[in-house]
Design a protein around this ligand. Structure first.
Ligand SMILES: [Zn+2]
Length: 130
């Protein structure tokens, strides 16, 4: 089974993000749902080159718009959860996001519209596509 190599899953709530993330920095995260049989179903893989914690909080605010939330939680009756992983650098976070993106996008289960972009000002290539 494909693995994200991230910590979690944790309930996708403000309190839980603050509880889990004592520190922040570059990193990657995944949003999804925990199915009734306890599996984590990835819906979105994201990254932030400086502060993955605030990226999660932003994503949480955006998810709470009606419609998006229904879309995420309406299917399968699972609970919204996230996984997160800090990276040593923005470059490392980008590589990890690419690997996760390809691993899960191949199953057509991601809501990411586009391939991950490299960190601003960098010309790094995706380790899978190149
Ligand atoms: Zn790629």
């Amino acid at each position: 089974m494909a693995s994200l190599d991230m910590d979690g899953p944790y309930a996708f709530t403000r309190d839980e993000i603050h509880r889990v993330m004592k520190q922040s920095g570059p990193g990657t995260f995944a949003l999804g749902e925990q199915t009734k049989d306890g599996k984590f179903k990835v819906r979105y893989v994201g990254r932030d080159d400086r502060d993955v914690k605030s990226a999660l909080l932003d994503a949480l605010r955006n998810e709470k718009k009606p419609g998006l939330l229904d879309k995420l939680t309406g299917q399968g009756g699972g609970n919204e959860v996230f996984k997160v992983s800090l990276a040593a650098s923005a470059d490392a976070a980008f590589e990890k996001q690419c690997r996760s993106y390809h691993k899960f996008n191949s199953r057509s289960q991601l809501e990411n519209k586009d391939h991950p972009e490299p960190p601003a000002g960098q010309s790094m290539k995706c380790p899978i596509c190149q």
